[in-house]
Unconditional design. Structure first.
Length: 265
């Protein structure tokens, strides 16, 4: 079946109009950073699967019309437009179409979706957790207590989608994950890059991110600094909190002064 078909534009459709079905769930970084904590409860470790053919969602969506691209118009049918039969890669509705499809598929396999995290799925047998799956767009983080069930799950999902098994997870979204006998270790190379970016390679280390009882203020005689540099620094630190939750409070405090930053901050 072809992705589009040439039709006359429906009078009820507005070119460039807004569509309601755009929202798609995305796993929060704070939830993904906590995910390795489930691994000690499972014997199989954590593996990473990637859907290779994300450009082909193959799910029917509401009627969407696309103009024929210049230079590729069909002769004697230049006034017609394409009506899409399925979501296209890059289409605003594509992420939602993909999530809807994979959500229905996992539910059909007996998974339960978390009420607080819509991208987290758990498969249980009684009170025993057998498999845990976390989604991040086209990536699947999978762990479980039964190696045979994990193998069966990968084989089953590869029948439905074009998947690549990337093996035990070692690197994901900038986080390095080391699964060892002594525990699960996470780190981010960006920590050193942040120091180099803001010329703090030789800064003095401290045991706490903020002094006890420290009160920050945008008022006073302190000289104002570049807002763009300050925002960039806070943004980098927020990304770093994925593996350093101990600095979250201090960074959140600094983020209050994005429009009125000074040297004291």
């Amino acid at each position: 079946m072809r992705t589009p078909e040439l039709v006359e534009l429906s009078p009820s459709s507005l070119m460039g109009g807004l569509h309601n079905c755009l929202f798609a769930y995305m796993a929060l970084m704070c939830k993904l950073s906590m995910y390795p904590n489930y691994i000690p409860m499972c014997s199989t470790g954590k593996v990473l699967l990637n859907w290779r053919n994300i450009r082909d969602v193959k799910r029917r969506i509401e009627e969407i019309y696309v103009e024929q691209p210049q230079g590729f118009q069909v002769i004697d049918k230049e006034d017609l437009v394409y009506r899409l039969k399925k979501a296209l890669y890059g289409l605003k509705q594509a992420p939602r179409a993909w999530y809807s499809r994979i959500n229905n598929y996992l539910l059909s396999l007996g998974f339960q979706r978390s009420l607080s995290e819509p991208t987290l799925y758990v498969k249980k047998k009684g009170v025993e957790t057998q498999l845990i799956v976390s989604l991040y767009v086209d990536d699947f983080l999978v762990t479980g207590g039964d190696q045979a069930m994990l193998v069966d799950f990968k084989a089953e999902i590869e029948k439905k989608f074009e998947m690549s098994d990337l093996g035990r997870m070692t690197y994901f979204l900038g986080m390095e994950v080391t699964q060892a006998q002594g525990g699960i270790f996470r780190s981010q190379r960006i920590a050193m890059k942040i120091l180099n970016k803001f010329s703090m390679q030789n800064c003095k280390a401290t045991s706490t991110p903020i002094a006890i009882g420290e009160k920050l203020s945008s008022h006073g005689n302190s000289e104002h600094v570049s807002e763009s540099v300050y925002r960039s620094l806070v943004g980098c630190l927020l990304y770093l909190t994925a593996t350093r939750p101990d600095i979250m409070f201090a960074v959140s405090l600094l983020s209050r002064f994005m429009h009125c930053c000074n040297e004291k901050l």
